[in-house]
Every structure is written in C-alpha cells, then in structure tokens.
Design a protein around this ligand. Sequence first.
Ligand code: 5RP
Ligand code: FE2
Length: 226
Amino acid sequence: MTTRPIRIAPSILSADFARLGDEVKAIVDGGADYIHVDVMDGHFVPNISFGAVVMKAIRAVTDKPFDVHLMISPVDAYLAEFAKSGADIITVHAEAGVHLHRTLQAIRALGKKAGVALNPATPVSAIQHVIDDVDLVLVMSVNPGFGGQSFIPESLAKLRQAKALIGGRDIDLEVDGGVTANNARAIADAGANVFVAGSSVYAGNDPATYADRIAAIRAAATGRTA
Ligand SMILES: O=C(CO)[C@H](O)[C@H](O)COP(=O)(O)O
Ligand SMILES: [Fe+2]
C-alpha cells in the first residue's frame, strides 16, 4: 500500500448541474479532499461536459484544490484559461497531442501542478520519459467520456506498473473510473493514493448521503472499517 496520503476526489460529472454550487459545497462538507472536474470536448472523447466558465463559477464555493481532468485535443490553447479560472492540478492525456513534454512544461510555467492521464489501452511506458515533468499520474480505469462505467480489472496491474515507474518521486498516483468502496482497498494496495469517485458518491444526488459514501471509500482505501 502507498505511504502517500489518501485523497478522495469526487467527480462533479455526476452532480446535479441545476444545483452545481450546492453540490460542490455538499461534497466539501462531506469530507472531499479535491474537487475533480471532468472537461470533455466531444472530439477527444465522445461526450461534451462543460468548460472553464462553469468551473470558474464554482471556484468561489470552496478553497479545496480543483483537480482538473482535461479530455480535450488539442489542449494547449486552453491551459491558460483553466489556470486563470481556478485549476490547481491540470491533467492532460498522453494521447491528446504529440508534444506532451511541451504541454506539461506549459502547465508548470503557469504555476500549476501538472498531471498526465493514460487511457486503458495506453502503456505506462508512454510516460517514461516525462515522469520527472509531472506531479500526478492518472490511470484511467474506464474508457474516458462517461461516468457510471465499471472498473476495468486490468487497471490494477497498470497501477502497479505506474507506481514502480514513480518510485520514490514526489508524484501522486490517481485512479479514475468505476471506483467504489468495494474496490478501493485493492486499488490502494496497487499503489494509488488519489481516488476519483463520481457516481459512487453522487448517485441519487442526495447531499445527506455524500459524507458516508466518501468516508466508506476512504476507510476502504486506508484499510480501516467505515
Ligand atoms: O473522467 C471521467 C470519465 O471520463 C470521470 O472522472 C469518471 O468516469 C468518474 O466517474 P465514475 O466514478 O462514475 O466512473
Ligand atoms: Fe475524470
């Protein structure tokens, strides 16, 4: 199991968008460590979500770090806008452009933490030569584009490989897709320390349930009983 602090990052993709500010506040009150913001362009992934304008509007609700997952290609032209609109961690996909090294440097030059995401079919070796240019590695455990999908079991082996590549570096290992209290222990054992959870936190959109769901994932990930 990882020795890095466990962070729970609920994805607002499954929030009730008609009450988005309240939904963000509710997960903060429920114990979220990060706010995971899924930006989809209808080109890199087959779905469109929202952009920097919406993210900026919810930035005022909390001081918690915004963990922004950009499923955009090409992405470089949008980095400054997301940085200015309140992102703390900006994660781009390794598959989204041919100049990944330049993109990661651009994120750091904006004063933000740089993350790199891997689709399920992309090998860990794709980021071997940029590992010293990132603050976070995101292993997609579903094909990106939609919330509510099932965790791909092969992701556990991939997380172990990513953890081995990270070694002793100061880099977070994030898992995204199909994360629940039932698989969080195995995921933590594979080396992840940042857990994105959309539908398993927001299902039913009842704010009264969020704290228990976040606590259950955290307890499973840390090996405690909820
Ligand atoms: O990046 C994503 C999808 O592309 C989402 O962050 C992810 O799917 C979270 O949703 P869920 O926990 O419901 O799987
Ligand atoms: Fe995501």
